[in-house]
Design a protein around this ligand. Structure first.
Ligand code: CUA
Length: 359
């Protein structure tokens, strides 16, 4: 049965508008069907046995049953197989949803009492709205300025908590143009129920036209580069590695050795921690003398600095040959959707050659 044909007549399910929607609905329907089947089976059997084995006379002594090996094996093995099937399928879906693709349009989302802010790779911002291109993989990197929120798009069947103090990631490929609900799905204070918005799925060309129509602010990486100077990070993190702090050039995605002998992968979470709590993981060979920037920068600004560090990091898929710092690099002509735009990138060009696989 195709769930969508059945569901259109009974508007009990939201539309299916992402790559995950159909399979999640199918999985959910299977769980409902299994639950319904066994509820009926057990209920009917209970009533049937109640009648069949009722006490027929005073003093009746029932026949003692010693056990039934085949029956016991059956009711052990069958539920085991069914529950393992549910587990494997559920785990596969979970793994897909929580493993974002490396090539995806990356949008930063910040939750805050009581609004959703989003920023596109080239700097376009929006509040309580999210415009995404049809058929392109979209990755949301999210954090919260205050309490836990949850970014819920029912039509995409994606719901991910947005947690202060860390980054969470959600991804999807929109499969149907239209406007869909966006909800906060975690109680976050008096106006939680008003923390809603809309997700607009547009054809790629419409999306690009929309991007051009939004007043373009600095891209996150550009704003991050400016913060890097204004907060004086640049005075210690010299690119020639002769400063008081390690060079950040070509750093993102690599592994660094720490003073305590451990190694850590340089990702968003590590960079964020190092900005707000520099002493937590001191790099080997450097003194623990960087001041904290806790309270001096907002979560959005932290994200901008991280985007800047990413933009001067090794290109995705390239194994660390030195690249020119983004500030000096001319923008490549065709900027794929999948790669964070370097600061000087012009308009979001149509993805050529780097067309992400559709899911
Ligand atoms: Cu934010 Cu509920």
């Amino acid at each position: 049965m195709n769930p969508s044909s059945f569901l259109i007549q009974i508007p009990f399910f939201p539309e299916q508008a992402s790559n995950f929607a159909f399979e999640i609905d199918l999985f959910y329907l299977l769980l409902c069907a299994l639950t319904g089947f066994f509820t009926v089976l057990i209920g009917v059997a209970a009533v049937y046995f109640l009648v069949k084995y009722r006490r027929r006379s005073q003093g009746e002594v029932p026949e003692q049953i010693e056990g039934h090996l085949k029956l016991e094996i059956a009711w052990t093995v069958i539920p085991f197989v069914i529950s393992m099937f549910i587990f494997v399928w559920g785990a596969k879906l979970y793994y897909q949803m929580y493993t974002p693709p490396t090539e995806a349009l990356e949008i930063f989302v910040t939750g805050k009492q009581w609004m959703w802010r989003a920023q596109h790779p080239d700097g376009q911002r929006e509040i309580n709205e999210l415009h995404v291109p049809l058929g392109q993989r979209v990755k949301l990197t999210m954090t919260s300025e205050d309490v836990i929120h949850s970014y819920y798009i029912p039509a995409f069947r994606t719901k991910t908590d947005v947690v202060p103090g860390r980054y969470t990631v959600s991804w999807f490929t929109p499969t149907k143009t239209g406007t869909y609900h966006l909800f906060c799905a975690e109680y976050c204070g008096t106006q939680h129920s008003g923390m809603i918005g809309k997700v607009v799925v547009m054809d790629l060309s419409d999306y690009q036209a929309w991007l051009r129509g939004v007043p373009r602010e600095k891209s996150p990486a550009e704003a991050g580069e400016q913060l890097f100077t204004s907060l004086a990070c640049i005075n210690c993190h010299l690119e020639n590695n002769k400063g008081r702090g390690p060079s950040l050039l070509n750093l993102f995605g690599t592994e660094v050795k720490l003073a305590n002998g451990a190694t850590v992968k340089v990702d968003e979470t590590y960079l964020r921690e190092s900005i707000l709590n520099p002493g937590a993981k001191t790099v080997a060979g450097y003194a623990n003398d960087m001041p904290t920037f806790q309270g001096l920068v907002t979560e959005e600004q932290v994200a901008m600095i991280i985007q800047y560090i990413k933009s001067i990091g090794p290109r995705q898929g390239e194994a660390g040959p030195p690249t020119t710092p983004a500030s000096a690099a001319p923008a490549p002509a065709a900027q794929g959707v999948g790669r964070p735009a370097p600061p000087q990138a012009a308009k979001p060009a149509a993805p050529q050659g780097e067309q992400p696989r559709q899911d």
